[in-house]
Design a binder for this molecule. Structure first.
Ligand SMILES: Cc1ncc(COP(=O)(O)O)c(C=O)c1O
Length: 379
């Protein structure tokens, strides 16, 4: 049997930490009761566990516990934030601002609102992937209700200047939503101190379970629910909360933050080793700036090779991707790379290396050797 490929796709998803699996385990069987069942002891015990998970999660992000709305992940959190905020502020205006390099889970809800009559401004980015704050300032209008900008990009790892963005928007009464799916759990983040009104996060991006995430709603920010039903989560997200997943989310975030500084330092070392090791190949272009970037991300375009053939050769030994896992099935070149000014051909011949906890220097060297051999053969 062929050896398992080296997993370098940690921005698509991370393995669930075994300690997190263990923390969730009793809640699938013995502690199975519905936290909304207040008429018996098992239900009350489940409710107490849910309160604890909410408090633990809130503590990690320095927000009050009632700011946490559990969701099925960042896609749902983004939808609730964007549609819920715009619906709540209809009397103020109907203009939304976002950025060309956002995840589809932000761009598509914004486009959906556009189809309903909202005006949408999608700001371009600079060649290094960073938002131009002057362009943002110029785009804001009296009827702007929401600015949605991601903390860290899922394809190129670029970190946007969120505190500066909020400093521009907040004094004008414009709400700031941040898709934090790729940053939460990798760096300590205090959304309220940074002036963030709404923050989305997702468990499976920081060694937690899949199918759970949260939207953090700053005190005083009003949203209209997008799921109607039993009124769970303060009426903002109806549906029985999956207690094991909520506990897993809190456990994973505590654990991910506990080793985040050391992990980032080690993975930045591996990332730089990878980048240095690619230099002899020539014609390998970095996508996104190197300094304002997640430690565990490297994204490059390779000149002189066909993208489809490159990826088909790489996948024999490596598990990595050209961009977002959510859009890789469409066959379209990455909208993020096109927004940086890459050609369709360059965007197709691009590779995202997403490093994670279990990767070693030896694996990086093996990946480099395979990558180099395949590129040389194709050229
Ligand atoms: C930046 C970003 N936003 C949103 C999502 C969607 O997250 P989820 O899978 O939790 O719905 C992802 C995951 O691919 C992401 O990277």
């Amino acid at each position: 049997m062929a050896a398992a490929p080296i997993y370098l796709d940690h921005q698509a998803t991370t393995p669930c930490d075994p300690a997190v699996v263990e923390a969730m385990a009793p809640l699938w069987s013995d502690g199975f009761a519905n936290p909304s069942s207040r008429s018996h002891r098992p239900g009350l015990e489940a409710a107490a566990q849910l309160t604890l998970a909410r408090e633990r999660l809130a503590r990690c992000l320095a927000v009050p516990a009632d700011a946490v709305v559990f969701t099925s992940g960042a896609t749902e959190a983004n939808n609730l934030a964007i549609k819920g905020l715009c619906e709540a502020r209809l009397t103020r205006g109907r203009h939304i601002v976002t950025v060309a390099t956002e995840h589809r889970a932000v761009l598509d809800p914004c486009r959906y609102l556009q189809s309903l009559g909202f005006e949408l401004t999608v700001l371009p980015v600079q060649p290094d992937g960073l938002l131009d704050l002057h362009a943002l300032a110029a785009a804001l209008r009296p009827d702007t209700v929401l600015v949605s900008v991601m903390a860290a990009n899922n394809e190129i790892g670029v970190l946007q200047p969120i505190a500066d963005i909020s400093a521009l928007c907040r004094p004008q009464g414009i709400a700031v939503h941040v898709d934090g799916a790729q940053l939460v759990g990798h760096q300590r983040l205090e959304p309220l101190a940074m002036g963030i009104d709404l923050l989305s996060l997702s468990g499976h991006k920081f060694y937690g379970p899949k199918g759970v995430g949260a939207l953090l709603v700053a005190p005083g920010v009003e949203l209209k629910p997008q799921l109607h039903g039993g009124g769970q989560e303060g009426g903002l997200r109806s549906g029985s909360v999956p207690l094991p997943l909520a506990v897993g989310l809190a456990e994973a975030l505590e654990r991910a933050l506990a080793d985040a500084p050391q992990r980032a330092e080690r993975l930045a070392g591996l990332r730089d080793r990878l980048w240095q090791g690619l230099q002899p190949l020539e014609g390998v272009v970095l996508n996104g700036c190197l300094d304002q970037r997640l430690a565990h991300n490297l994204n490059v375009s390779v000149d002189g090779v066909d993208g489809a053939r490159l990826h088909s050769a790489l996948r024999r030994r490596l598990a990595l991707s050209g961009g977002s896992a959510c859009s890789s099935s469409s066959g379209e070149p990455s909208h993020v790379l096109l927004a940086l000014g890459r050609s369709r051909q360059q965007a197709a011949a691009s590779v995202r290396f997403g490093l994670g906890r279990a990767n070693t220097a030896e694996q990086v060297d093996q990946a480099l050797a395979w990558f180099t051999e395949q590129v040389q053969a194709l050229r």
